[in-house]
Design a protein around this ligand. Structure first.
Ligand code: ADP
Ligand code: MG
Length: 397
């Protein structure tokens, strides 16, 4: 019932073989990048807040080879759509479907490529991050590509420059919207660590979060629930937060010290806007507390407090920010009742996934309890993934 990621070395070997079968020769190398999940710090990025994502065990692999032309050929084991295009023709809007995420990275890195160099390459993708589950298969795809291009063309880019190229590929080239948390986590994460991300400074640092060595794991439940007005709701929440900041008299809610919470909320008459502000300000505080606990001892030392913070985050998203749906609440309640140390929705809400911090040996039982609760409530069948904090993008072969 639990989907665990395939062994990394074996998966890398498989994509190398698939490349040879597809293109008829061996690739120059294999690169990969992970999907991500946000541990805590939800709906605060657009108010300059703090988030704590981690890379998950599921990765996207890219086998690639440089060719002596300017021809770019892209294939994926997850799609029948292929791309065969001249690098000079790459421009926003010129490529449709999944190849836009890959071609967009090459386009975004163009200023690092010397004018006389050929840009031709063959790329075969094999992704194990489930598509569209909110685990950021798109960032994994872009970031694996950025690693491959960096190596193939010897660009000398920094990891942060590759993060930015991946973001540019998604926003400007593929025309999708992304805040940058996904790409930062996919490139900059370290095994056994979470990534503390300050959205105001756009700075990051690793925080110890070594679940594996302590017999813990993160159980991810993709509820499969979908909501039809997600985009509209998202815009409305952003607008509420902006309105709240305006009424309090600060550029963003990040500027409100937690100690002045009550005084700041007192300046907002509208009950809904006040609750939105309370979520953002208290959520930023929870990330600080979570970070403080992880920086001052092992996860196991602070299990109860960390679990409480996860639970409080969910409750705030449910009651104050109102972005949960029944499937998210059912998954979280069932996980807590089955012995998870803490559980919350993760991502934008209105469907999508939940996380539960569990004893590794209890993961299967907690998943079973969630599945049982879903059946009782006549909800669709959820999908489960087991994740450990993993290494960011890099070369495999
Ligand atoms: P998420 O990033 O949460 O998984 P998105 O909608 O942002 O969801 O990205 C999913 C899209 O990324 C897919 O529709 C597809 O275009 C592309 N994609 C991701 N992984 C692959 C893959 N292995 N092969 C082909 N396309 C992929
Ligand atoms: Mg995505």
């Amino acid at each position: 019932m639990l989907s665990t990621a395939p062994d990394r070395a074996r998966a890398a070997q498989r994509v190398e073989e698939a490349f040879a079968q597809s293109f008829g020769y061996s690739p120059d190398g294999v690169w990969s990048a992970p999907g991500r999940v946000n541990i805590i710090g939800e709906h605060v990025d657009y108010q300059d807040g703090l988030c704590l994502p981690m890379a998950i065990s599921h990765r996207c692999f890219a086998a690639a080879a440089r060719t002596p032309t300017d021809r770019v050929r892209l294939r994926s084991l997850q799609s029948d759509v292929e791309l065969d295009i001249d690098a000079g023709e790459l421009a926003p809007g010129a490529v449709e479907g999944w190849p836009a995420y890959v071609a967009g990275v090459l386009w975004a890195l163009r200023s690092f490529i010397s004018g006389s160099a050929t840009q031709g390459m063959d790329v075969l993708i094999d992704g194990h991050v489930p598509l569209g589950s909110g685990l950021s298969s798109s960032a994994a795809l872009e970031c694996a590509t950025a690693e491959a291009i960096e190596s193939l063309l010897s660009l000398g880019t920094t990891p942060l420059e590759r993060v930015k190229a991946a973001i540019t590929a998604e926003t400007e080239f593929a025309g999708a919207s992304t805040g940058g948390l996904d790409q930062s986590a996919s490139v900059l994460s370290r095994a056994g660590h979470a990534l503390f991300l300050d959205c105001r400074a756009f700075s990051t640092r690793p925080v110890p979060w070594d679940l594996g060595s302590q017999g813990l794991a993160l159980l991810i439940t993709d509820t499969r629930a979908e909501h039809s007005h997600v985009d509209g709701e998202y815009v409305a929440r952003r607008a509420d937060s902006e309105r709240a900041a305006e009424l309090i008299g600060v550029p963003t809610l990040r500027e409100v010290p937690f100690e002045q919470l009550e005084e700041a909320l007192g300046r907002i008459e509208d009950d809904t806007v006040r609750r939105r502000a309370r979520h953002v300000i208290t959520e930023i505080r929870r990330v600080k507390e979570f970070d403080g606990l992880l920086s001052s001892g092992s996860v196991r030392d602070h299990l109860a407090e960390l679990g409480d913070l996860l639970n409080a985050s969910h409750d705030s998203l449910r009651d104050d920010y109102e972005v949960t749906v029944p499937a998210l609440d059912v998954a979280v309640d069932a996980a807590r009742a089955a012995g998870a140390h803490g559980a919350r929705m993760t991502g934008g809400g209105f469907g999508g996934s939940t996380i539960a911090l569990v004893e590794a040996e209890q993961a299967e039982a907690v998943a079973g309890a969630i599945a049982h609760a879903f059946r009782q409530q006549s909800l669709g069948e959820p999908v489960f993934f087991l994740a450990l904090p993993s290494e960011g993008a890099g070369q495999d072969r």
